[in-house]
Design a protein around this ligand. Structure first.
Ligand code: UT7
Length: 328
């Protein structure tokens, strides 16, 4: 069986930074509440003229440079996002055009914040099958474009960003060791945008009711997350044939510091093995674990041979955990 791994990673966050003080001017909130309840201090916000594919393009160029490859070396593009530039057109197709490519397949996957773990699982299988050789997988989200800035329960949480990886066959025993993905489907509006889809197309009334923005039953997602985050990580480690003590680095979805702390406690992972950057970026959905891997590489924490687990959960409800032996 082939080994498939990440051979280059790049990430991008927009320039504009929104601090907790900025939100104090927009909604009835406080730095104290946001910090203690979520761990977030700042997040990056996409410019009005930017869209998800623009961030994807920036991250993709960096990933290609890190892998010492050019766009022509790719044979598939996958973008994990719930905020494509346009409905009814994959952001991946726009990225293909931006990269100057003509015919390689390009499509999006919609798995919420678990998108990167789903994409890695899919890419691993597609390369192992022999159908594709080198895949550009990008997790990118412009959540601030679908955020209701009158809803203090959600607007303080979200940020924008993108992370891109190049997946290809790698040295035996390196790369993706296991993955465990799943879903607990719901249609109770726990985490979705009420209007603008086929269930409820936009009307003047839906816009007036702010139904074009994300709605979340925070406590329901919280309950799901504190259970699934440790359970999925444990399962993925078991599937990799590893003990929790074999883990060098745990990169959980950066949605809430309290969810991370609860998961880490249950998994008994020492704090020095846990990567946290939620304070700088907030929740960038599918991109959080990718951006975190990028920062861990920059900081010299994620190096060849290290065992890393990324675990995410999100709308759907979906979840996923991927265990890798870092390949470069
Ligand atoms: O990426 C995956 C998707 N997202 C998540 O993983 C998020 C999961 N959920 C959470 O992280 C938490 O549910 C939140 C941080 C969103 C909220 O924390 P909570 O402990 O579940 O609080 P809550 O929603 O039950 O609200 C508690 C109180 C409420 O006030 P009352 O009714 O007790 O008076 C809220 O109105 O906190 C209030 N509140 C705020 N207060 C100040 C909610 N948002 C804010 C705010 N500032 N921004």
């Amino acid at each position: 069986m082939k080994s498939v791994g990440i051979k280059g990673l790049g990430y991008y966050v927009p320039e504009r930074i929104m601090t907790n003080a900025d939100y104090e001017k927009i909604v009835d909130t406080s730095d104290e509440w946001i910090t203690s309840m979520t761990g977030i201090k700042e997040r990056h916000r996409i410019a009005p003229e930017q869209a998800t594919s623009d961030m994807c393009f920036e991250a993709a160029k960096k990933a290609l440079a890190a892998a010492k490859l050019s766009a022509e070396d790719l044979d598939l593009i996958i973008v994990a996002t719930v905020t494509p530039d346009h409905h009814a057109q994959g952001a991946a197709c726009i990225v293909q055009k931006k990269l100057g490519l003509k015919t390689i397949p390009a499509f999006d996957i919609s798995a919420g914040c678990s998108g990167l773990t789903y994409g890695l699982t899919l890419g691993d299988s597609l390369i192992k099958s022999g159908r594709f050789k080198r895949i550009l997988l990008i997790a990118a989200e412009s959540l601030t474009k679908i955020t209701n800035y009158e809803d203090r329960g959600t607007c303080v949480l979200f940020g924008d960003g993108a992370a891109a990886v190049i997946l290809e066959e790698t040295e035996e025993g390196y790369g993706i060791l296991s993955s465990y993905i799943g879903a607990e489907g719901e249609d109770d509006g726990i985490l979705s945008i009420p209007a603008g889809g086929s269930r409820k197309p936009h009307t003047v009334e839906s816009i007036q009711n702010n139904e074009q923005y994300i709605v979340m039953k925070g406590p329901d997602v919280y309950k799901f997350a504190v259970n699934i985050c440790p359970a999925a990580t444990k399962k993925a480690m078991e599937l990799a044939g590893l003990k929790m003590t074999d883990l060098d680095l745990f990169i959980p979805h950066q949605a809430n510091i309290r969810i991370i702390e609860a998961a880490v406690k249950r998994l008994r992972i020492p704090p020095e093995k846990v990567f946290i950057n939620i304070q700088k970026y907030g929740n960038t959905s599918a991109a959080t674990t990718g951006i975190a891997m990028g920062e861990a590489i920059e900081q010299g924490i994620l190096t060849k041979g290290k065992i890393v687990a990324i675990t995410a959960f999100g709308s759907g409800l979906t979840f996923g955990s991927v265990v890798m032996k870092w390949a470069y």
